[in-house]
Ligand binder design. Sequence first.
Ligand SMILES: [Zn+2]
Length: 219
Amino acid sequence: MLIDFHLHVSRSEHERPWVLEFMESQYDGDLVELIDRVLTPTAIRPFLQENGIDWAVALAEDCPVTTGVTPHDFVADLCARANALPDPPRGPRGRLIPFAAINPFIVNDLGVEPERLVKEFGFRGFKVYPVYQHHYVNDIRMYPLYAKAQEPGVPMLVHTGSSVFKGARIKYGDPLHLDDVAIDFPRLNILMAHSGRPFWYQQAFWMARRHENVYTDHP
Ligand SMILES: [Zn+2]
């Protein structure tokens, strides 16, 4: 079974212009056309199935000063409508798993919002964007969120390492800041996106060896 654990389902209107420009420079073709064609409830699953994906973690984003905002209601609706379609008779199913994104500078009550997003919108995990939201992952401000996520066993994906996008602050991407979080929330499953690329691979590797609840992905 193949799971894509990091699928940004942002439409072009969700992204800041410089993000789109960079993505376009990396893609050989019309990126906006691809996004418009594929990021719909009826088209996303056939696209994932063609690419051999059984499950994909679909990410919301709340980083207005750096990369953009992909709203919770958009992601929840896309996932719910796509998943309501019948599975193919054989082969990869291409189902979506919605992950929320909570920005501590925008959401006031971090101890309430995760529950609301899980219960009302059906989110199954959340992503934290320290480099794009300008806070350390072990900032005490984030602790109510981790406590709330740990209870029902909701996992966390966290951006670690560098970014090419304008406004990103790389110092927040050091995986070692997760040491506190892993110890203080032993039942919170933490996946380090990008494994601290490129200069913190060693730290990310060490963290995953040190803590049973910390995992690396392929950079
Ligand atoms: Zn990401």
